[in-house]
Design a protein around this ligand. Structure first.
Ligand SMILES: [Zn+2]
Length: 421
């Protein structure tokens, strides 16, 4: 594992420089921001910018990276391929998070099964954007790379230091560890239909890099530095092949220095429906400590009280969004090591000696448990083994984890294809 070492004494930068009002102007936006093919075989690394249209930072950082003046001679030493993709083009042009639907909440199994069968029926802006992205991703995955890595570049509505957010799998953790920031895992229990979900279901690592607040000019710089860090993490370039690699690492670490490189776990989500008025109390920045019983926000003028002590995470300070805030808690290092040992050695098989428990034959990452036995399962135990999603299927409970082998197609698309035959 390569970490970015620093000999420079850094202090946190607390001032925010506001970015110019670019979001109101029309960008000449293309789906593929840039593509560089290396002279040597290797992995393919794919960056998404502005899946949320009001988050211009990712798109602008990728535009900057793919400028020929920046990456002029890179292909001689590059192993594999680098691709930059724009997310929500129309919303980016209009400076909105989305037009009709959140593009990062519609990658559900149902929609993916439907899109593979009847792409022509997908109308409305975000479904059309999803259809394009789906086709691009499928096209890229036929390219014969040694592996595929996906980095989704985001920013937040409230002030924050940079952080990485992942679904809890070992390969996501391994990729996230390269970034000198805190890592938050377990988001899959609380969010449905993210593009990361889709990629992880395919068996490839996919992480989101949140660089700062939407309007902070620093956010773009940190995304730009993150692109270089990700290239080294994926093995496309060696540290010594990136000019100023240490400075890129320091750029991110400097912004994140107030928070150590701890791992956190999501323990609570405050949902917000489209017809609800949500107002977050002022003064909460990301990772701000909160105590159980503290008033955090108002929903339809009713007080929202913290149900847990922990840290506030991604408080909503904009009009669009379906999560008011999350609460996260620090994860013990021993838990991280133990969970890695159990998952690497596939010790979930010990469960199957018990009656009423089996591994699902067509989905090896799913544990099927009789409902009566499921009552004795603790969430903490399941999390340790990587099972974070729960599905009810008749008299059975299905626990789903992310540690899955790479498929050419996830099971729900295979099932749909079988039905058509
Ligand atoms: Zn976002």
């Amino acid at each position: 594992m390569i970490f970015c070492a620093s000999s420079i004494k850094l202090t946190p930068n607390t001032t925010m420089t506001k970015a110019p009002e670019l979001t109101k102007t029309k960008f000449d936006v293309r789906r593929i921001i840039g593509k560089i093919e290396g002279k040597h075989p290797g992995p393919c690394i794919i960056f998404f910018g502005s899946i949320h249209g009001n988050e211009t930072s990712g798109y602008l950082a990728l535009k900057r990276f793919f400028d020929p003046a920046v990456t002029r001679n890179i292909s001689n030493k590059l192993r594999g391929t680098i691709i930059g993709i724009t997310g929500n083009i129309k919303a980016l042009n209009e400076g909105k998070r989305f037009i009709e639907k959140d593009l990062n909440r519609i990658w559900t199994h149902e929609n993916l099964a439907r899109i593979s069968k009847h792409p022509e029926l997908f109308d409305g802006n975000e479904y059309a954007e999803m259809r394009d992205l789906y086709a691009e991703i499928n096209n890229i995955l036929t390219g014969g790379a040694t592996n595929y890595y996906f980095i989704d570049l985001h920013t937040t509505s409230g002030s924050t230091l940079p952080f990485v957010i992942i679904n809890d799998s070992l390969q996501n953790r391994a990729l996230a560890r390269f970034f000198p920031t805190p890592v938050v895992l377990g988001i899959e229990e609380y969010l449905e239909g993210t593009i990361m979900d889709y990629i992880n279901d395919l068996g490839f690592p996919a992480i989101a890099m949140e660089s700062g607040q939407h309007d902070d000019m620093e956010s773009e710089d940190i995304h730009f530095a993150s692109v270089w860090v990700a290239l080294v993490a994926a093995g496309c370039l060696k540290e010594e092949e990136v000019r100023g690699y240490k400075a890129h690492c320091d750029r991110i670490r400097f912004a994140a220095v107030a928070e150590k490189r701890n791992f956190y776990e999501v323990v609570y989500r405050e949902p917000v429906n489209a017809n609800q008025e949500f107002v977050m109390n002022n003064g909460y920045s990301n990772f701000h400590r909160v105590a159980k019983g503290e008033t955090l926000a108002h929903k339809n003028k009713k007080e929202i009280i913290a149900e847990y002590s922990g840290r506030i995470f991604m408080p909503l300070y904009q009009s669009q969004g379906s999560e008011g805030f999350f609460i996260i808690r620090k994860i013990n290092k021993i838990w991280l090591r133990l969970s890695r040992f159990l998952r690497k050695n596939k010790l979930e098989y010990v469960f199957t000696v018990l009656p009423g428990i089996q591994i699902k034959p067509e989905e090896r990452n799913v544990l099927i448990v009789n409902k009566k036995i499921a009552a004795f399962f603790s969430t903490d135990l399941l999390h340790l083994f990587g099972y974070r999603k729960v599905r009810i299927n008749g008299s059975k409970v299905e626990y789903v984890k992310r540690e899955i082998p790479q498929y050419t197609q996830p099971y729900y698309l295979k099932t749909e294809a079988n039905k058509q035959q």
